[in-house]
Structure formats: structure tokens, C-alpha cells
Design a protein around this ligand. Structure first.
Ligand SMILES: [Zn+2]
Length: 167
């Protein structure tokens, strides 16, 4: 999936954590959490040479390349998410969960991609949730439709929580 699609999925993840933790919508914490969600959602593609995250986090992407970590393997795996959880424990509960859920949204939506991901890395099998003929190819029209759907959800969550909570 494209970086903008992952950013939106990360944004939704942050919204869900904010709603779950009943954080005041009009606060600096909300702004920080939404920003963190957008960034963490794209983070896993640091393993993809040429991606924005690989450029921004150059030392890390260079290290991954030296270690011959291929795209959609280690950084898209459950074991890596567990490792991130351990590293992120000193964070406050809000930022911890925003970071982890947003990060995890990345492999989650990549599971809809036609090439699949090595979710159970170091086991080599690639996991894909959709049959190939309806799987979402990166940059395809179906990804654009999927992104618009995610965008609608970003608006729906605050609408449901603050404007029309009774619906
Ligand atoms: Zn990815």
C-alpha cells in the first residue's frame, strides 16, 4: 500500500485509542496522538528502499539493507510488534497504545495486498487475507477506493463520538 493509505490507517488507529481512553478531543494530547498515528502507520516501510520512511530514518533503513532484511518481512511481523511493545513501555499509556496500534495497522492493511506479508517472520510463508483476484495492488484503483473508505471512517469516528453519540 502507498504511504498515504498507511498514514490514514494510522490516523484511524489513533482516533480509536483516543476514543477508548476518553481523551478530550480538543487537547494537545489529541493533536500529538493523531500526528504520531500518521507517522507510526507508515513506519514499517522503512524496509522498502526509496520509501519516504527509509529516507527519513536513513541509518535504520541502511542497517536493514546491510542485514539483508527484505520488504514486508521483519518490520511487518508479529514478533517485531512485540519487540516494539517492549521498547515502548516507558511511554505514557496514551502514546504507547497509539504507537503500537498505529504501527500494527500497517501490516494489518498490507494483509489485503496481493503480495501478502511475512506476518510470522522468521517463518517464510507469506500471508494474504484476500484471494488474489480481489486483493488490493499497491497504487491501483482499488487502493484509491480503499483509501477513500478509510478517509470516510476518519470523519465518521469523531462524528459518531461527538456529534451524534446516540446513533
Ligand atoms: Zn508495508
Amino acid at each position: 500500500m502507498l504511504q498515504k493509505t498507511h498514514s490514514i490507517a494510522g490516523f484511524i488507529s489513533a482516533e480509536l485509542v483516543l476514543a477508548y481512553q476518553h481523551v478530550n478531543f480538543f487537547s494537545w494530547d489529541t493533536a500529538g496522538a493523531l500526528l504520531l498515528g500518521c507517522l507510526a502507520g507508515t513506519l514499517a516501510d522503512v524496509d522498502k528502499p526509496g520509501s519516504t520512511m527509509a529516507k527519513v530514518l536513513f541509518p535504520l533503513s541502511a542497517l536493514l539493507r546491510i542485514l539483508k532484511v527484505r520488504h514486508r518481512t521483519l518490520t511487518h511481523s508479529i514478533i517485531f510488534i512485540l519487540l516494539l511493545m517492549m521498547i515502548s513501555l516507558p511511554m505514557s499509556s496514551l502514546y504507547f497504545w497509539v504507537f503500537i496500534v498505529s504501527y500494527a495497522s500497517h501490516p494489518l492493511i498490507d494483509l489485503l495486498n496481493e503480495r501478502g506479508i511475512q506476518l510470522f517472520w522468521p517463518l517464510p510463508m507469506k500471508i494474504r487475507l484476500l484471494p488474489k483476484f480481489i486483493a488490493i495492488d499497491t497504487g491501483s484503483t482499488s487502493e484509491t477506493v480503499f483509501r477513500w473508505l478509510l478517509l470516510a471512517i476518519t470523519l465518521l469516528i469523531p462524528f459518531k463520538l461527538y456529534v451524534y453519540p446516540v446513533l
